[in-house]
Ligand binder design. Sequence first.
Ligand SMILES: [Zn+2]
Length: 114
Amino acid sequence: MHEASIAISLLETVSEQCLREGYSSIESVRLRLGKAAGIMPDALLFVFDIVKKDTIACEAELIIDFIFLGGHCLDCNARFESEERYIFACPVCDSRSIKITQGDEMQIVDMEVD
Ligand SMILES: [Zn+2]
């Protein structure tokens, strides 16, 4: 399960940043997670709670903001969003010439430190 390595590198990133800015504990981490990022949020939350022990983020809560998959159609120019994890055709005209512009990102938005 690659969520484990994601959770570990996430913790390393926020811990480094927190210490560099002179704080000693992390209270929460907010993450933007695209529906198409290929990461299971439940698994990520689960692993995060395990690996955060013995770190300065041991009390930290992981908050996930979901980003829907979205894009536009190169044929009919429609813009669309989808709750699906994958989309292969334009929901308006059924064209397969679509460009996905959001939904595969994972990004730390902010964190609360103490
Ligand atoms: Zn279309």
